[in-house]
Design a protein around this ligand. Sequence first.
Ligand code: NAP
Length: 282
Amino acid sequence: MNKQFACLIGSPVAHSISPAMHNKSFEYHNINANYEAIDIAKEDLPNIISRFREKDFLGSNVTMPHKTNVIPFMDELHPSAKLSNSVNTIVPRDGKLIGYSTDGAGFIDSLSEIDVNITDKIITIIGAGGAATSIIVQAALDSANTINILKRKSSTYEKTVEFAAEVDAATECTVNVIDLADKATVKNVLDKTDILINATPIGMSDYPGTPIDKKLLNSNLVVADLIYETTETQLLKDAKSLGCKCMNGEFMLLYQGARSFKYWTKLDMPINLIKKEVFHVK
Ligand code: NAP
C-alpha cells in the first residue's frame, strides 16, 4: 500500500509535538504513513481540504486559528464538534470528511493518570473559552451529573449562558453558569463539587495569581489545572496543601492525540512509549 498522509493544520505549527507523537506511533504499529505540520492561512483551507479527499489521506488534526474555520468544509460533525463549534480532528470515512473534537476527551482521559473518572460526578470549571467548551461538551456527553461553569461577568457572559443551555438541553447533564465574583455561591457550589478544573490562563507566569481563593477550596476536591508550565500554579499549590488530589495539563495533548490516532487507525497510541520518547518522562 502507498504511504498514507496525515497532518496538523494551523498557524503557527512549527512548535508542535504532534508530528513526533504520531510518527512514533505509526512506526510502533508498522503503519506506512507520515504526519506533518502544515502552516496554513484561512484562504488556503479549500486547497488542503480537497487534498484531504484523496485516497491516501489518513487523517488530520486542526489547531488554532482553524478549529472553527474548517467546519463549513466537513460533510458531517460528531456531537463533540457540533456542540463545541470546534473541530480538532478530521477523519475520512466512506468518501466523507467527519469533524470531531477530541480536546475534551483528551482532558477527561488524562484524569486516568490520577485514577479519576467523571461518570455521575459534579464538575465545576472556571472559564468558558475554547478548552473549557470542549471539556464541558465531552463531560456532558460522557455522563457527568452536573457541570457548573464559573464565569467572570465580561462581554462573553451571555454567550456562555446560551451555550450552557444548549448543552443542558442536548444531554442528560445539568449545566449551570455562575458569576465567578459571587463568592458565597461559588463556596456553596465548591462544597458539593467532586472535580474542580481551571480552564483560564490565571496561574501562568504571564497571569500570576489564582482563579479561586484558597478559603473557598476544601480537601474533598479533585483539582485539575489545564495550565502546564514547569512551575506549579498557585491553585495546585493551595489544593495540595489542603490534601486534594491534583493534576496539571501535562498529558491533555497526549490523550487528545491518542483519541485522534484511534479514530484514524482503530489502534491504540502506545502511551507509555510516547510519554518516554516524546514527553521525556522518566
Ligand atoms: P481562551 O479561549 O482564551 O479562554 C480563556 C477563558 O478564561 C475565557 O473564558 C476567559 O473569560 C477566562 N479568563 C481569562 N482571564 C480571566 C480572568 N482574569 N478572570 C476570569 N476569567 C478569565 O483560552 P483556552 O484556549 O480555553 O485556554 C485556557 C487555558 O487552558 C490556558 O491557560 C491554556 O494554556 C490552557 N490549555 C491547556 C491545554 C493543555 O494541553 N494542557 C490545552 C488547551 C488550553 P472571558 O471570555 O471573560 O475573557
